[in-house]
Unconditional design. Structure first.
Length: 129
């Protein structure tokens, strides 16, 4: 199973790099349109694959892992976030879904800001050594 996930992850990561870069170059903008495209298309793809896998017996567990955890996970983890948020909403878990969405976005942005701060401190420390 790990082999299938690894192959899918590699293909997804390469696809993210190539497709995101292509969209960014085509649109020639400083707005992160390539990343936005990858996040939206990855969410669409994961939704389609999971719905198909749930409603039909045609995907083996290995192929399902390659496509979902592997490819979609390597392509964008935003797709997993989107799927989980929709699953909570479909189950009527509105409060939990709202918390999950808000916490994911706000805490991820906060994590990025903390990472920036840590990197800035490491760079400053290296400059003093």
């Amino acid at each position: 199973m790990l082999f299938y996930v690894a192959i899918g992850s590699a293909l997804g990561g390469v696809s993210r790099y190539l497709l995101g870069g292509l969209v960014q170059r085509i649109l020639d903008t400083t707005f992160p349109a390539g990343t936005l495209f990858v996040n939206i298309s990855g969410s669409f793809l994961l939704g389609a694959i999971l719905r198909y896998a749930v409603d039909t017996p045609s995907l083996s567990p290995e192929v399902r892992a390659l496509l979902t955890i592997g490819f979609c996970g390597g392509y964008t983890t935003f797709s997993t976030f989107s799927y989980e948020a929709v699953a909570l909403l479909k189950d009527g878990e509105w409060t939990r879904a709202g918390f999950y969405i808000a916490a994911s976005v706000l805490l991820s942005i906060g994590g990025t800001l903390l990472g920036f701060g840590l990197a800035r401190e490491v760079i400053a420390l290296r400059g003093r050594i």
